[in-house]
Design a protein around this ligand. Structure first.
Ligand SMILES: CCCCCCCCCCCCCCCCCC(=O)N[C@@H](Cc1ccccc1)C(=O)O
Ligand SMILES: [Zn+2]
Ligand SMILES: [Zn+2]
Length: 533
């Protein structure tokens, strides 16, 4: 039992490889025969459900001991199997009209209904299908006088080309204690864990005191304009106001913050804005044997070089990043503790240090990413047009108009046309003072689940569906309890996205704790404990 959930968890323990892939007879031998194998696994149906099929079951299990250790308990095995099944449905969002895979989106909806019968059949739960593929669950609380809260997640994923992955990205394979696949940390893990926690609580007869909503968007990865936006509209039309909302966003960082001695759970209390800018240069085309002195490609390249060599000014101290370091100050090692306790003095040097790495640089300034470049039509034709896309993520201390003005100043060339493709101002800072019940409910649930780490408010550097819910509450928080070491950060939207089995179990525990903590008036007391899971 312990091995399954501890392998790879928090990067601390290395589990054994349970993908053996040997012939069925070889797999059966160490188990002592088919009947014994099935008995060990609690029954044929459970074994097959947990592992996704007979052949896979046999391939995955190398021996009796490994089988028992790997499966832990039936409940854990089933939860793990359900996440793997979710990963196998390729709910990929692509840019452009008609790009949604409607078959996969519908299949995913069916999977949710089949896998969580207690949720979907409960008298306490109402299910609304929104914009054909998104889901809104209302879990009716006993005390209608209390303000509801909301948990959100999304079921779509970014594309995942096969190359570069150790296992196919939509296989949900388990490898060395991790479930691999697109969506395992963005964001099917949180969606499935929320429903796992609710399923279990409902099975145990839990009746929440206050109503809560679960919003599951189907197009977050392309802006959420159909899913989350319409879920929010449904709630607005019903006159709903929320105490707080929790979505994906920030995570647990282990060894990512320089000088911090313990892992920190960063709860995003604000979110950077965004500006997608198209740069365009047009020049006379013609025969490449008689080129003009400058080409549109050269002009645009020079503009881009100026943007990259002139990052926008650092803003350290004027956004929620300052609170993060003040909260964490006692946890830093000796020299950093002095620095972070005296930011009035060391602010400029600390900001310079943060600016040296992409992850921490993202906290302190509006970032400039040149993401696309297109030009030219033929090797012997002078290019008529060069285009590039620049994606700014705007620090809360700046605005879209300020970033546009600075861009024009840096480029300083009228031949470069600017077109705003989309823009979004940074989101306001949600409350995290003593009276912020949502923040403290999340914070307590983090501590209940991970007693040895600290939590702190911080800035979410990517964008989430939360902006669609701004009319419902000003208390928007962004956090899922994914445990990240520095080397794990590129897995988001990258290759080898994965979650450890232990970390997935912790994710379920987190929501299980949260659903109970959210009901409590001070002091926060739970009825059920995660040890019972
Ligand atoms: C104290 C040091 C902190 C160092 C920072 C470390 C950062 C670690 C961050 C981990 C990243 C987690 C990201 C998860 C959420 C991703 C959400 C997302 O991908 N959103 C898209 C949404 C979008 C927006 C606009 C158009 C299309 C899609 C995004 O691009 O932001
Ligand atoms: Zn996401
Ligand atoms: Zn994403």
């Amino acid at each position: 039992r312990a091995l399954l959930w501890e392998a790879g968890g928090g990067g601390r323990a290395a589990g054994g490889d349970i993908r053996l892939g040997s012939a069925p007879r070889l797999a059966l031998e160490p188990l002592g025969g088919k009947r014994e194998a099935l008995e060990a696994l609690g029954g044929k149906r459970e074994a097959l459900e947990a592992l996704g099929g007979k052949r896979e079951a046999l391939e995955a299990l190398g021996g009796k001991r490994e089988a028992l250790e790997a499966l832990g308990g039936k409940r854990e095995a089933r939860a793990c199997a359900r996440l793997r099944a979710a990963v196998r449905v390729p709910t990929v969002s692509r840019e452009g009209p008609g790009a949604a895979d409607e078959v996969a989106l519908l299949r995913f909806g069916r999977l949710l209904r089949e896998e969580f019968p207690a949720v979907f059949e409960s008298e306490l739960v109402t299910h609304d299908l929104v914009a054909n593929f998104s889901h809104l669950l209302t879990v009716r609380g006993a005390d209608g006088g209390r303000t509801p809260y909301m948990l959100t997640a999304h079921l779509d994923v970014v594309p995942a080309p096969d190359y570069g992955w150790d296992v196919p990205p939509f296989s949900g394979e388990i490898h060395q204690g991790y479930i691999y696949g697109r969506g395992t940390i963005d964001d099917k893990h949180s969606l499935m864990a929320i429903l796992e926690a609710l399923e279990l609580l409902l099975q145990r007869g839990f009746v929440p005191q206050r109503t809560f909503y679960i919003g599951i968007g189907h197009d977050e990865e392309i802006g959420g304009d159909k899913g989350a936006r319409n879920i929010a509209k449904v709630l607005e039309s019903r006159g709903v106001k929320l105490d707080f909302l929790l979505d994906e966003g920030m995570v647990i960082l282990d060894g990512v913050v320089p000088g911090l001695q313990i892992p920190v759970a960063v709860v995003g209390v604000s979110e950077k804005g965004s500006l997608m800018l198209r740069l365009r240069v047009r020049t006379e085309t013609g025969h490449s044997s008689m080129p003009a002195k400058e080409s549109c490609i050269g002009i645009l390249s020079a503009a881009i070089t100026r943007l990259e060599s002139n990052p926008l000014p650092q803003q350290f101290g004027s956004g929620p990043e300052r609170a993060l370091f003040e909260y964490l100050s006692p946890q830093f090692n000796f020299p950093m503790r002095v620095v972070t306790s005296n930011l009035w003095l060391f602010g400029p040097i600390f900001s310079w240090v943060l600016g040296q790495k992409p992850t921490t640089n993202a906290l302190i300034r509006t970032t400039t990413a040149v993401t696309e470049f297109h030009a030219g039509v033929k090797p012997n034709v002078v290019a008529p047009l060069a285009e590039a896309t620049v994606n700014y993520r705007i620090h809360p201390a700046q605005s879209v108009s300020e970033v546009l003005r600075l861009t024009e100043e840096i480029i300083a060339d009228d031949r470069v046309e600017l077109e705003v493709l989309s823009s979004m101002e940074p989101l306001p800072i949600s409350p995290f003072d003593e009276s912020a019940t949502g923040y403290w409910t999340i914070s307590k649930s983090i501590t209940d689940t991970f007693p040895d780490i600290v939590s702190a408010p911080g800035l979410c550097i990517a964008n989430t569906d939360t902006r669609h819910y701004q009319k419902l509450t000003s208390a928007l928080y962004r956090f899922t309890p994914v445990w990240n070491k520095l080397e794990d950060i590129p897995r988001y939207h990258g290759v080898n996205e994965r979650i450890s089995l232990q970390n997935y179990k912790q994710t379920i525990h987190f929501y299980f704790n949260l659903m109970q903590n959210a009901d409590q008036e001070e002091p926060l007391i739970k009825h059920f404990h995660t040890e019972d899971l």
